[in-house]
Write a protein that binds this ligand. Structure first.
Ligand code: ARG
Length: 750
């Protein structure tokens, strides 16, 4: 199938027709020039100005990038503003970490959901920011016209950095905006993004996980899906409307634009556009790059993550508190684990390698046709291939060293936090000069205070028994997969001492270390002793693990100047080869839109997947014995009484639907918008049959999984009774054409 699509691309290429498709994550500033006509034909009714305008409020002002950073360079998810008081919708899985942070056994918002019934109950979050794009600009010329052609490699990079810093400073208007400049098309173009960043973002509502994460990891990345994957936040500003840190004085944001919400049935083939911040794609990855991933990247990560999840799960299912503590980390790793398994499988199933290889052959044929081209592009694929082969050497060692060593357990990571203290103490001990010694002692005291402040944060989500078992598993994996000469001495000694029993090694390390319980850390910090630190097995291991990570890292040959140039030229060459094709840049966590249609698919021979799922499907999947498939009683009741209010359709409740839009991670929470600019759903996932889509778009199989906005509203209204939130929305519903009513007239005959 995939081969056919490349063939198709070539036919189109040589017949001079431009390629248009559901494929592509497009830049808003080019909407009018590149996509608008197409979009209009497909059902878009808004004008380009209503969608992207710098001077007037437009659709783009309702699109929000979520980050935990006050100066974000990228975004973990997308959200959309849906009321004139700064209310936003995003996914439940985007809010999951925040909901987890507010949860404890006494008020378990993950299990029970959370609904602020008034503004006072909305929960502030220290680590959540909301960015709205003010404008974007093409700065390619500003950079390249000031760049000397003779500059190569790191000199070129440094020169570009200097120019972009200046551009950023000018656009930031004294810190009013966060300005980000990113490279596109592998360094062939540069764009600047100017954002307003709001730092007071509060949690307003979230369904219980039995709705927001219904189907759990079993259903994750798959269709048919029945998940109400949404949560609700609100942006607050200073009284004058400007971004401000949390304060009671703050008021809800008055946005330049917010999305009205559609209650109309979502029909097959209807126009759908999705706006948001897709994180990263590698659509120009070469066949050797794929080889590298399949051979050296996926297997070790899949192994490590799988083992960690297994241990976590055991402990989580035995203890409610542990379940809350590890919920967010577990979900994140489980999501990535399944993604990597799916990508690996997708690459094989969809012949991605073979298609890339065929394309590279075409490219080389084109290059060899012309001597100038040959001069410019003749060597680049060889350089790329060689670098992938070189990078493969020692790569899996690097992965094990980082994921099972330094990053294997919480204890080891935490022990590493005491390195600065250790080095201050050592220096102080050696210092002879009295005055200088006092200064060094002050440094130590400040560091101790810092470590004390961090204690609660570290232990909040830590369970010793769990981490100890993780340690046993990770350290064994480390021992088995890292070359002997890189093994830490202490590890070798412990393996000898405990005859290779990693459970016993773990138990020794956790009982001897000062960092394995909160009480021990507090006691240690009262009067820290250098001797104790230097003897601490977790501390020693953290240093030794770090040492071998450095070795592993320096053994891996990664990007070189030559490779950077080759990658840039490859994309330049591909574009030159196909002058009539309109190219979109790879995702890089900048604002994009994609457009397509509501659409079903055929995942395998003789199987047809419809484009909608219903609440009846939730009931079908219900399994009170399986944590992932529990259905809340209230929802069953609403199903049985068919109490769907204005949200039902022909007596049914639609839960999710599919579109053929091109999205990726980071788009989670993105609005799905109809031709009238109304919100019809929230995108939250991709499908199993097209998991290799970040590397190659699969038009016949690739779908975006969306939670229907009517299900979202139904849950808010009927399930949670948070009608005040519904009242805040602007609801759009097409009134059916009025049918003339026959009036009976009584005729009185005389
Ligand atoms: N696969 C989705 C994504 O990466 C996340 C879905 C979260 N649900 C879950 N069961 N972990 O955007």
């Amino acid at each position: 199938m995939k081969k056919l699509s490349y063939l198709f691309a070539f036919i189109i290429l040589f017949s001079g027709i431009k390629v248009k498709a559901d494929e592509g994550m497009w830049l808003p500033i080019f909407l009018e020039r590149l996509n608008y006509v197409d979009m209009e034909k497909m059902g878009l009714q808004l004008t380009p100005d209503e969608i992207y305008s710098v001077n007037n409020g437009s659709l783009k002002d309702a699109i929000v990038g979520l980050s935990s950073d006050p100066v974000p360079q990228g975004f973990f998810c997308t959200a959309e503003i849906v009321s004139n008081e700064g209310m936003m919708f995003t996914n439940h899985h985007c809010g999951y970490n925040i909901i987890q942070k507010h949860s404890s056994v006494d008020h378990d918002y993950l299990a029970d959901g959370f609904w602020a019934m008034n503004r006072e109950e909305e929960l502030p979050n220290e680590e959540l920011t909301a960015s709205i794009l003010n404008y974007m600009a093409d700065v390619t010329d500003s950079i390249f016209l000031n760049l000397s052609d003779t500059l190569k490699g790191s000199d070129r990079t440094a020169a570009i950095k200097k120019i972009t810093s200046r551009l950023k400073e000018n656009a930031a208007e004294d810190g009013k905006y966060n300005v980000v400049i990113k490279s596109f098309f592998s360094g062939n173009e540069y764009y600047m993004f100017v954002y307003e960043v709001f730092t007071d973002v509060r949690l307003v509502g979230a369904p219980p996980s039995s709705i927001g994460k219904f189907g759990g990891d079993t259903d994750n990345w798959m269709w048919p899906r029945h998940t109400g994957d949404f949560s609700i936040f609100r942006i607050y500003t200073a009284p004058d409307g400007s971004p401000a840190e949390y304060s009671e004085e703050n008021i809800p944001l008055a946005p330049k634009h917010f999305l009205p919400v559609s209650l109309d049935p979502v029909k097959e083939n209807e126009f759908a556009m999705i706006w948001g911040f897709p994180g990263g794609t590698e659509r120009n990855l070469t066949s050797s790059g794929i080889d590298f991933k399949v051979e050296n990247f996926y297997p070790p990560i899949i192994e490590v993550f799988g083992k960690k999840l297994e241990v976590w799960k055991q402990h989580m299912s035995n203890d409610k508190e542990v379940k809350i503590k590890y919920a967010s980390n577990y979900a994140g790793i489980a999501n990535a684990w399944k993604l990597f398994i799916g990508q690996n499988k997708g690459i094989k199933d969809l012949d991605v390698y073979e298609d890339k290889k065929a394309f590279e052959n075409e490219f080389m044929l084109w290059v060899e046709l012309d001597s100038v081209r040959n001069e410019k592009y003749g060597e680049i694929l060889t350089i790329i291939d060689e670098s992938n082969v070189e990078k493969a050497v020692g790569y899996s060692t690097l992965i094990y060293a980082s994921l099972t060593g330094v990053g294997g357990t919480e204890l080891i990571g935490y022990a590493g936090d005491f390195s600065a203290l250790q080095s201050f103490m050592e220096k102080c001990k050696e210092e002879k000069d009295k005055k200088k010694k006092v200064k060094k002692q002050n440094q130590i005291d400040t560091e101790i205070e810092k470590l004390k402040e961090n204690i609660d944060e570290h232990f909040k989500n830590y369970d010793m028994a769990t981490d100890e078992d993780v340690f046993a598993a990770m350290t064994e994996m480390y021992y088995d997969n890292i070359p002997k000469e890189m093994h830490p001495d202490l590890l070798n000694n412990l393996v000898k001492k405990f005859k290779g029993n990693f459970k016993e090694i773990a138990s020794y390390v956790y009982s001897k270390s000062n960092f394995s319980t909160k009480a021990k850390v507090m006691a240690f910090l009262v009067d820290p002793s250098l001797k104790a630190l230097d003897k601490d097995p977790a501390f020693i291991l953290s240093r030794e693990f770090m040492g071998s990570l450095m070795t592993a890292s320096s053994n891996v040959k990664r990007s070189s100047d030559e490779l950077t140039t080759a990658n840039r030229l490859f994309v330049e060459g591909i574009r030159e080869m196909q002058p009539d094709k309109i190219f979109y840049p790879d995702a890089n966590s900048t604002l994009r839109f994609s457009y397509g249609k509501v659409m079903d698919y055929y995942p395998a021979d003789a199987i047809h997947f419809d484009y909608v799922t219903h609440l009846s499907g939730v009931i079908e999947k219900e399994d009170p014995e399986d944590d992932e498939f529990i259905v809340p009683e209230k929802l069953i009741e609403l199903y049985e009484t068919k109490d769907y209010g204005q949200y039902g359709q022909d007596g049914k409740m639609i839960v999710c639907f599919l579109t053929n839009n091109d999205i990726t991670g980071g788009n989670s929470g993105s609005p799905v918008i109809n031709g009238k600019g109304e919100l019809t759903g929230i995108a939250f996932d991709g499908n199993w049959e097209a998991m290799s889509s970040d590397i190659a778009f699969a038009p016949n199989l690739q779908r975006t999984i969306v939670v229907d906005i009517r299900y979202v509203l139904f849950i808010i209204d009927k399930f949670a009774g948070a009608t005040h939130l519904i009242d805040e929305l602007t609801i759009a519903k097409t009134t059916p054409p009025t049918v003339p009513v026959a009036v009976e007239v009584e005729v009185i005959m005389n």
